[in-house]
Write a protein that binds this ligand. Structure first.
Ligand code: PEP
Ligand code: MG
Length: 588
């Protein structure tokens, strides 16, 4: 039966594919496609895992056989019997074989997918006793998974699924059908795992428009909807799903008419992409001759290729923290970081690369396990530069790596989330210290411009201090909005209050741009506002000439720039920011 679910649109486009529903808490299970030649070996891994757990239970049964009812109560014996029965249930194995053979899922992915299918069957049971057996099934599957962890399969690069047209979809339901991911929540680290474009789109129950999970999805340029509440409960494994990343809607089990309509929209979007592609080599200059710099935001060194392809004239924000995440406490050392930064710098072929020092914390924990190290309010806690200053050895290691990478090209060093003059001075003296360490070692390093992010209202209200110390400023509107309006950017329940057009936000942005321009210092916006075409004209009118965004957004923003007359936009922009309802003035 067709139904639709609404959420928050975070990454544009339309995806049509089969649902892969990831149960919460299973993000740590590896998800990748195997080669056909590995099918038997993967099925064997599950079989060996299952047999090992069966043996374990048999041994336990033998041990307790000789015990009295006190040490081994009847319930325990009955429980073991139930576990054995579940393990030997043919539906489990037949299902797992199906996911491995027909979909080429790796063994762990196949097992958790089948677990999901069976769990739903248990949910639908009338009988309370049988319904409660779901917990046993989960325990059994967990044990198999644990066993399988010790029996790794060879790592395979996931193939890139070809983007199919709607016609293909109607005619062909073979192995390489596009897959869309439906999950309760995905951490930014989970998303990075999927960066190889295994999935054609994704939907989560929770999350806000500028949560880091949404940001990574945008950088992957795949349609995505977050905050779709109970999507992961309502969608079933392998359901056909349409994700409309423009409207923030997902349609489950669509009728042929709806499929045809979205297939048409998908083709229109592809045509539009093709048209925009022609602007790749066109310089970004307004109608009245103002040059505008369109830069890329990247998460990994290899994203430099996408930045070049989109016609970026440099990297305005390299979120270095993605090198640090999901490493179970083993942070990258100086050499590893240096190689990564150097790859990004060389990848940009002489164009500038702005490397932001590590910004972990809030919705970007270093490790999933640390999510539970409950700071009551992580967004206000030890994140970004606060964490770096609390870990000076780690920070100096990163600074040395960045300075060394600067010997290979133009590098700007950007510091996140500063608020206090004391933090600024401490940061700058650590940069000096890192240089001195490199001098002592005789290591080669390069010159860098040093900039600060304006992400905290306190920073936007202390511009004179910031401009005294820094060469340039970069406005992080994602956090600036979060902290000005006291709205958690990752919380869908307050997403309607997350408002880039709030007069207070616009005032802070306006004053930062104006003060930098007045003092002849560089200023850019690198938050999501920079890549949203709804704000391009306003920001141009406020005097901004440097925008940094996901590569996928560059050409659409360039089109706006080419159509704009910056001189004429100036008085209009002043009117907009002074109005009581700027969103209305912008016709949003
Ligand atoms: C911002 O806050 O606007 C920003 C660019 O940094 P991040 O999104 O990584 O917090
Ligand atoms: Mg930020």
């Amino acid at each position: 039966m067709t139904f639709s679910l609404h959420g928050i649109a975070v990454a544009r486009g339309i995806a049509i594919g089969r649902a892969v529903v990831m149960a919460s808490g299973r993000g740590d299970v590896a998800h990748y496609f195997i080669q056909p030649a590995q099918i038997d070996a993967e099925i064997d891994r599950v079989r060996v895992g299952r047999n090992a757990v069966v043996d374990e239970i048999h041994r336990l049964q033998q041990t307790i056989a000789g015990m009295g009812p006190k040490e081994a109560p009847h319930e325990l014996t009955a429980l073991l019997d139930v576990h054995l029965m579940l393990l030997q249930d043919e539906e489990l194995i037949i299902g797992v074989k199906h996911w491995i053979t027909d979909r080429l899922y790796n063994a762990e992915w196949a097992l958790t997918t089948q677990l999901e299918v069976l769990s739903r069957q248990f949910d639908d049971m009338e009988d309370d006793y049988l319904r409660e057996r779901k917990a046993d099934l989960e325990q059994v599957a967990e044990r198999i998974l644990r066993y399988m962890k010790g029996v790794q399969s060879p790592v395979v690069q996931p193939p890139t699924p070809r983007r199919k047209t709607q016609q293909d979809l109607l005619l062909d339901d073979s192995i390489d059908v596009p897959l869309v991911l439906i999950a309760h929540d995905l951490s930014p680290a989970d998303m990075m795992q999927f960066k190889q474009s295994v999935f054609a789109g994704f939907v989560t129950d929770v999350g806000g428009k500028t949560s880091h999970t949404a940001i990574v999805a945008r950088s992957m340029d795949i349609p995505a909807v977050v905050g779709a509440r109970s999507a992961s409960q309502l969608v079933r494994q392998d359901d056909w799903v349409i994700i409309d990343g423009d409207g923030g809607v997902m349609i489950v089990d669509p009728s042929p008419i709806i499929l045809a309509e979205y297939g048409f929209k998908q083709r229109q979007a592809e045509l539009e992409r093709g048209r925009l592609n022609r602007l790749r080599h066109t310089p970004a200059v307004t109608l009245d001759g103002q040059k505008v710099e369109l830069l890329a935001n990247i998460e990994l060194p290899d994203d430099a290729a996408a930045a070049l392809k989109a016609g970026a004239v440099g990297v305005g924000l390299f979120r270095s923290e993605f090198l640090f995440m999901g490493r179970k406490g083993q942070l990258p050392d100086e050499e590893e970081q240096y190689q990564a930064y150097r790859r990004a710098v060389e990848g940009m072929e002489g164009m500038p690369v702005t490397i932001r020092t590590v910004d972990v914390g809030a919705d970007k924990p270093l490790d999933e396990s640390r999510r539970d190290e409950a700071h009551l309010n992580p967004a206000l806690g030890l994140r970004a530069i606060r964490w770096s200053l609390a870990e000076p050895d780690m920070f100096r290691t990163q600074l040395r790596a960045i300075l060394r990478a600067a010997a290979h090209g133009r590098v700007n060093l950007l510091v996140p989330m500063l608020a206090h003059a004391g933090e600024i001075r401490q940061t700058l003296s650590l940069i000096d210290f890192a240089r001195a360490e490199l001098d002592n070692r005789g290591a080669v390093y390069g010159a860098v411009s040093i900039g600060a992010m304006i992400e905290v209202p306190a920073a936007a209200l202390s511009l004179r201090t910031f401009l005294k110390y820094f060469d340039f400023l970069s406005i992080g509107t994602n956090d600036l909005i979060q902290y000005t309006l006291a709205i958690d950017r990752a919380d869908e329940s307050v997403a309607h209050l997350y408002d880039p057009c709030h007069p207070a936000v616009l005032r802070l942005v306006t004053e930062t741009i104006a003060e930098c321009n007045a003092q002849g210092k560089g200023v850019s916006v690198c938050g999501e506002m920079a890549g949203d075409v709804a704000f391009t004209r306003l920001l141009l009118g406020l005097g901004l000439r440097s925008f940094s965004m996901h590569p996928a957004q560059i050409l659409a923003v360039k089109q706006e720039v080419l159509r704009a007359d910056a001189g004429r936009l100036q008085p209009w922009a002043q009117e907009v920011i002074q109005s009581e309802d700027p969103a209305q003035a912008l016709a949003l």
